[in-house]
Design a protein around this ligand. Sequence first.
Ligand SMILES: [Mg+2]
Length: 529
Amino acid sequence: MWSLSVILFLLSRRFVFFLLYNNFIPISLYVTIELVNVGQAFLIASDENLYRKELDVACSVRASNLVQELGMVSNVFSDKTGTLTRNEMKLVKFVLNGVMYDIEEGNGKKQSANAILSKFGTNAKSFSEFCRCLITCHTVVREKSGQYRAESPDELALVEGVGNYGCNLMERGSKEMIVEQFGEKRMYEVLAVNPFNADRKRMSVLIKDTVDNKFFVMCKGADNIMMPLCKLSNEEKASINKSLLELANLGLRTLIIASKQLSAEEANRWLAKFKAATVSTVNRDENIAAAGAELELGMQCVGITAIEDRLQDEVPEVIADLAKAGIILWMLTGDKLETAISIGRSCNLILTDTTLVYLTKITDKAEYAARLREVYQQIETNREPNTALVMDGPSFAYFDDTDPEQRSMLLRVGQGCRSVIACRLTPTQKRELVMLVKKDTVPSATTLAIGDGANDVSMILEGNVGVGIFGKEGRQAANNADFAIGEFKFLRRLLLVHGRWNYVRQSKVFLYSMHKNMVLTLTLFWFRY
Ligand SMILES: [Mg+2]
């Protein structure tokens, strides 16, 4: 009889024998793939075709473990302003009392105030007020060299736009600003600034004219926010809406300009409230916002500005190529519906024969559910790939993301379309949409989010792959992204060339590593007997 110790000895030898085959499990593959990825990241970062000369930036890769995912992307979520467009704004048109004017580019020669105002006939007074609003309601600074420095390109465009009519910002101190109005110098005291933010969507200033000691509130902002703040008759509302639609159909970004005069008591009473809000220790931001909102009530609508933003190079071609590669493009923007559609048409997201289905202008949950079902059935019954879905943020707010049926219907609608245009979205809603596609698609979809501004950061972080563009709105997006590029057109090369090659190379390394291990261990196994 064998003793127990002998049995144990034999068992342990058998165990050691199998342990020798551990090479079969490719632990080294992790290291190999990491090394390959670092190499591939280097290839992307040193690609001359991804280098943007004007900004002196190459593609920067911050997450080398994501390089193969670039070749698997099925849904691209893109911001519009600054991503598809250049974010080089120019004031091209404005509307005063229902009459549309084109900006006349001044060719440097000075005109007298009368000569300028006489061109506007009965609207001369409105035009003068319009210019005063634009030249005082901003946070632009003029440097010694005469260059303007602005927080946002829109603001700069407005100030530069009125420059064509002899209205310029001359100097800005901590409390006062000196401006030139139709060639005449004037000093205004800036008493308070209620800044622009994504929730308020407007900015206003309280200023005092130092010549006649009059107080004015000057305000500019998005039309849906500004219209309720202005005193308007029904006809005026209709006329403004008509002008807004006309401008949006031209693909222009619109802002409403409004103002009101305050008496000295009103101004001082409000200033006391504003000061109390700025020094409050709890809920300071809310208190300041509330004070600002109070000041902006009951204004007179002065005019509408229309700013043009041109598309970046090759955007239509890139979008057409991405569509050919079977990638669904979602354009998520904060702009108006008509502007978004017009940009969508000019950049190939919507072709001339594309059918549009709408999930817009919905006012409650039940309606959203019903409309979604309708659109879903429409898409399911005639599955033609040349459809585009148009949705808007205020309606999307009624989407019930806890209802699995609604989630799957929206997803099927999105996947059944060649593109999706979502406008008036908040940064959180942008993120929610990315999350929906990322989580619910079966088999799971690889999502890529691309944007240029701080408002796109949440979306970029949510996507499987985040791409940031070095733009005019700071570097937050580029710093938070996995890849940062200089222009939208580089996305094509990044996805369709690098992504594809990275994926192919990585599969080859994987197969090579498996086969190598198989050869090693099977030889051992074979000659064992
Ligand atoms: Mg942007």
